[in-house]
Design a binder for this molecule. Structure first.
Ligand code: FAD
Length: 406
């Protein structure tokens, strides 16, 4: 009983409301969001939105009128500043209070900030919100030298978009390879080659130590090996921090995310956490994880909506991701961090391959470049939890993953 109040009005929040109504849930549903825009898709912000291929009107996750039609209340531009679990109410920045029967935390994450001198100069950007993307798009439109700090998903997507706009681009990555925390060495090397072939300068094992400006605007970046680079636009893509402040203040357990159980519940039975802000156990990893993906936000929303409409089930969805860089679509299925063996099918030289990852002889994930069928079938195999192909099967000439579908 009592309204379902969702803190956040991003991907996970919107999908929670939509799934609740699709399942016939009749209690009031209220989304409370810090941003003033209705829920929008973030993935295009580092891709087609920057090049102009995707317009603002294509970002909205639902058409105008969705909230009225679905009888969902959206309170936008007014963040929740406190959760009072004694009275089951949230307090908004504007001073208003909203009572909840069930509370869903879908507060997402915020970009990690640079901690070098000059980090606050004009021309230094993070990219999380539509507002960030608008400002970055304007800055890229003015041309000049672009420095991307961090060779992760967002940094590389921005690098690719900026090259697409004809700008001079340098990526500086502190680690020995691109996307080092997320993908195999084979894929890292392939991406580095693609970016370099497009004319982007990729500097590995190098750290930014300072940004220098003129009249408050960034002009030069200094690296730890003494290199000085011209930089009119600096894009910082060094990861995100989950928004856990509210949960922690309310006495819920946090630690790289709001800690939840297999049903996505916090220690308080009436409070769930989903999406980028939640850390949860999964059959697809040895330890609890926090994932940043549309798939995770959408399927966790569906899981909570199912629980609230009477079909409680643990969250076991197969994680998957995608990225688009240098005109190539890369798709990842499963979690490949803790694998002990990789076998490549197809041809990296021809730009069409899948890296299959195994742990103790069992398939745990796959990274596909221009081989969508491998990606989709791997997702099905991982969901089924069966044996799947063995490493030697993949290595054999003429290997066809479809044969392993039952
Ligand atoms: P969000 O969508 O971030 O929504 C959280 C919302 O909560 C925000 O609007 C925030 O302002 C609000 N909020 C925070 N605190 C409060 C508060 N106290 N009160 C009220 N509201 C609050 N994923 C992919 O799978 N593929 C991609 O290609 C991809 N590309 C991406 C590109 C970019 C530039 C970015 C930023 C992300 C990308 N992602 C991608 C990740 C994906 O967008 C996120 O995983 C997804 O948006 C997570 O949804 P969420 O609802 O958990 O968080």
């Amino acid at each position: 009983t009592g309204p379902v109040v969702v803190v956040g009005a991003g991907h996970a929040a919107l999908e929670t409301a939509a799934a609740l109504r699709a399942a016939g849930h009749s209690r009031p549903v209220i989304l409370v969001g810090a941003e003033s825009e209705p829920p929008y898709a973030r993935p295009p912000l580092s891709k087609g939105y920057l090049t102009g291929r995707v317009g603002t009107e294509e970002l909205w996750l639902r058409p105008e009128g969705f909230f009225a039609r679905q009888d969902v209340t959206a309170v936008l531009g007014d963040p929740v500043v406190e959760i009072d679990r004694d009275s089951d109410r949230v307090r908004l920045a504007s001073g208003g209070r909203i009572a909840y029967g069930t509370l869903v935390l879908a507060t997402g994450a915020r970009p990690r900030r640079l901690s070098v001198p000059g980090a606050d100069l004009d021309g230094v950007f993070a990219l999380r919100s539509l507002r960030d993307a608008r400002e970055l798009r304007r800055a890229l439109g003015a041309g000049g030298d672009v420095l991307v700090v961090g060779g992760g998903f967002i940094g590389l997507e921005v690098a690719s978009a900026a090259r697409g706009l004809g700008l001079r681009v340098t990526v500086v990555e502190a680690g020995p390879r691109l996307m080092g925390r997320a993908v195999t060495g084979t894929l890292s090397a392939h991406l580095a080659e693609l970016h370099r072939a497009e004319g982007t300068r990729v500097l590995l094992d190098r750290e930014l130590v300072a940004l220098r400006g003129e009249r408050g605007r960034v002009r030069v970046a200094e690296l730890n090996d003494g290199t000085r680079l011209a930089a009119d636009v600096v894009v910082v893509g060094i990861g995100v921090l989950p928004n856990t402040g509210l949960a922690a203040q309310a006495g819920l357990t946090t630690g790289n995310g709001v800690v939840v159980d297999r049903w996505l519940r916090t220690g308080d039975r009436n409070v769930y956490a989903i999406g980028d802000c939640a850390r949860f156990p999964t059959p697809h990893a040895a330890r609890p994880v926090r994932l940043e993906s549309v798939q995770n936000a959408t399927e966790q929303a569906a899981c909570v909506a199912a629980a609230l409409t009477g079909t409680r089930r643990p969250y076991t969805a197969v994680p998957w991701f995608w990225t688009e860089q240098c005109g190539v679509r890369v798709q990842m299925a499963g979690l490949t961090g803790q694998h002990d063996r990789e076998v490549v099918a197809g041809s990296p030289a021809e730009g069409r391959f899948t890296v299959f990852c195994f742990r103790a002889g069992r398939l745990v994930g796959a990274e596909s470049v221009n081989r969508s069928a491998d990606h989709l079938i791997t997702r099905r195999l991982l969901a089924a939890g069966g044996a799947g192909p063995a490493p030697d099967d993949v290595a054999r000439p003429g290997f066809d993953l479809r044969r392993h579908l039952s």
